[in-house]
Design a protein around this ligand. Structure first.
Ligand code: ARG
Length: 390
């Protein structure tokens, strides 16, 4: 027995955790009730949640609390320029789904339903939460659809260099790339549970919607064989609502063109296509001052916007989205709320100063609920491990 008067360090750490959960739950329930005229009475709900936390160390959100929490997590995410539509997020309550195969299957459904024939629906699938009784499943991939990066003997990478290590780790784990590897091979989904360990699942064809890229005027552009997936579903963030964590909660909006045209295809450590496009355009690349990089980047971005639109897939340009974001800020201010925003993420990577979001400052303090990027989850999504449950 432990001498009285000295608290068991393990037990007191645990009760400190419980205190944190209690305080976070109370704060969230007050927020929910403050913003939801039709919610049940606050007092009894708080009392019931406190009892549940006492007994189990956690609590089960009502479906309404979960939907509100997921939407407000979007509203609070300082990195997102697209938050004007935060109320429209569709929430799939999949909290009873926790096996690796079932999580993967539901993710593939998510891709279909969110794509919606091209009219993309902002959507989140919330899988089993983290509880003291059982840790939540983890999705290793950064997004549900990501392209493999194959390191070539000459050190160059075929595909997306961002996932070169992730790809080689999955190959080590037994993933078989296509017979003829290409620049846009969809990686398998890795779902890890405490019982099953990491499991790999090939995405079914009908879950992966892609847009082949062409340029409205430059006929040779289509010959480059470029493409990109239609729906960006971030799958390694942890949704945190009122002291409850949902590490497996993939969510999507629709793309802003620059994400693909300026970053994924443009960055020198990604597909790095600017020099090739400039060459094809016949620009003078011997002198930076010709601004050949800028001119090629603009045409690449036009191709992305044009192709998505021509294929009937939702996409938005950075000028429109910047204006919408300022409308959002104004609305939030009028509602008496602070809207955290991170300038370095909000300002578009192309023609920043031509957009109104460039010319001002923002407050950036973290507010909950939110989507958090945990360092270990980031590591898994790029390095392909180590497992969450070794
Ligand atoms: N930037 C990421 C990508 O290019 C997607 C991030 C989420 N973007 C969005 N529009 N919801 O894949």
């Amino acid at each position: 027995m432990r001498p009285t008067g000295r608290p068991d360090p393990e037990r007191s750490a645990e009760s400190a955790d419980i205190e944190v959960v209690r305080a976070a739950a109370r704060e969230f329930l007050e927020l929910f009730h403050g913003e939801s005229p039709r919610a049940e009475r606050l007092g009894p709900r708080i009392a019931a949640v406190m009892r549940e936390i006492e007994l189990t160390g956690t609590y089960w959100h009502t479906a309404e609390e979960l939907a509100f929490g997921a939407r407000v997590a979007w509203r609070n995410n300082a990195r997102c320029i697209g938050r004007l539509y935060w109320r429209s997020l569709q929430v799939r309550d999949l909290r009873t789904v926790s096996g690796a195969g079932d999580v993967a299957g539901s993710c593939f459904d998510h891709l279909q339903v969110a794509h919606n024939g091209g009219k993309i629906r902002p959507m989140i699938s919330v899988f089993a939460p983290e509880t003291p009784a059982r840790p939540a499943p983890r999705i290793w991939n950064e997004q549900l659809v990501r392209y493999a990066g194959y390191e070539q003997p000459d050190g160059r990478v075929l595909g997306d260099p961002r996932y070169r290590t992730f790809t080689s780790e999955l190959v080590q784990r037994g993933w078989q790339p296509p017979d003829v590897p290409g620049a846009f091979d969809v990686l398998p989904l890795v779902v890890e549970t405490v019982e099953e360990g990491p499991q790999m699942f090939q995405l079914p064809r009908q879950a992966v919607h892609e847009v082949p890229l062409e340029h409205p005027e430059l006929a040779w552009f289509a010959e480059l064989g470029l493409r990109w997936h239609a729906v960006p579903v971030i799958s390694n963030n942890r949704l945190v609502i009122g002291g409850v964590s949902y590490p497996a909660a993939p969510f999507n909006g629709w793309y802003m063109g620059t994400e693909i045209g300026a970053r994924n295809l443009g960055d020198s450590d990604r597909y790095a296509l600017v020099p090739e496009i400039a060459e094809q355009m016949g620009l003078d690349t011997s002198d930076e001052a010709t601004l050949w990089r800028d001119r090629a980047l603009v045409e690449l971005n036009r191709a992305v916007l044009h192709s998505f639109t021509a294929n009937g897939v939702s996409i938005t340009d950075h000028h429109t989205e910047s204006r919408r974001f300022l409308i959002h800020l104004e609305r939030e201010e009028r509602a008496g709320r602070r809207c955290p925003a991170d300038w370095t993420w909000i300002v578009p990577p192309l023609s920043g100063s031509q957009t109104p979001v460039f010319h001002r400052y923002y407050t950036a303090e973290t507010q909950l609920p939110n989507y958090l990027t945990d360092p270990d989850a980031t590591h898994r999504s790029l390095q392909g491990g180590p497992p969450a449950f070794p």
